[in-house]
Design a protein around this ligand. Structure first.
Ligand code: HEM
Length: 219
């Protein structure tokens, strides 16, 4: 860090909690699925936790802090192409960079589909997702296959995600992990607007209520 750089608070607490919460929820969901019947309760609850985190993050992308908003980091194809062409010399981004922003959306959507498909999945013997009663057994079967196969895609996406972060560290010297832990990056940007935590609590409650409402009213 040179003397002219100052620390700017770019990732608010909700973004960081969701991020590391997702890492734990994905790991626990994978491990509990490997345990079969004995891991079912843990799998179910880690799936609910993961879905609540994702639903909250989607709401936070609309009404959260400046750098958490999709409008802050989703740019058109031309801006992405321009960024990629000038990648070697591009200066660090305050929030997500143009390509990273789209990678975030792909990750979030893949995790959303993974969680939602689990709600409708069944093993046709003992284990059934809470919303399976809403769909035909044919659709249950297809969503169960999706739930199993999409996990492999998510594994690849997460591996690429971690690889990209390592490349940014090694090639461009950007300490993105430190920023996702402390919330701070070192550069001279204007500090982004940070939404109040009361708003995060309200949207987290809305996300949890949406999921609980769907589960509790399912046939
Ligand atoms: C299951 C594993 C993981 C998932 C599902 C995941 C997902 C995500 C998501 C959704 C974001 C966007 C954050 C937001 O805007 O809310 C993100 C960003 C980020 N993740 Fe992960 N992540 C995972 C593992 C990791 C690991 C292991 C690391 C550390 C090596 C890491 C480091 C980061 C960093 C540094 C960012 C910010 C990137 C930037 O500055 O643009 N992630 N991740």
């Amino acid at each position: 860090m040179s003397g002219t750089e100052r620390s700017v608070y770019v990732w608010d607490l909700p973004v960081r909690l969701v991020h590391w919460g997702l890492v734990v929820a994905v790991a626990v969901s994978w491990y509990s699925a490997e345990q079969g019947l004995s891991g079912w309760d843990v799998h179910r609850w880690s799936g609910y936790a993961l879905l609540t985190l994702i639903l909250f993050r989607l709401l936070w992308g609309l009404w959260g802090s400046e750098t958490a908003r999709f409008s802050d980091f989703l740019v058109g194809p031309r801006a992405v192409a321009r960024y990629l062409r000038g990648w070697w010399h591009a200066s660090p981004s305050r929030g997500h960079n143009p390509i990273g922003g789209w990678a975030v959306v792909v990750l979030l959507l893949a995790l959303l589909v993974q969680g939602v498909s689990g709600l409708f999945a069944t093993d046709d013997i003992l284990l059934t997702g809470p919303l399976a009663g809403w769909v035909s057994s044919d659709l249950q079967g297809r969503l169960s296959s999706l739930h199993t196969s999409l996990f492999n895609v998510i594994t690849v996406l997460v591996a690429l995600h971690v690889l990209a972060i390592a490349v940014y560290r090694l090639v461009r010297g950007e300490r993105l992990v430190r920023a996702m832990v402390t919330g701070r990056k070192y550069d001279g940007w204007r500090a982004p607007w940070i939404a109040p935590l009361s708003r995060a609590a309200l949207l987290a409650a809305a996300a949890a209520a949406l999921l609980a409402g769907a589960i509790l009213t399912a046939p």
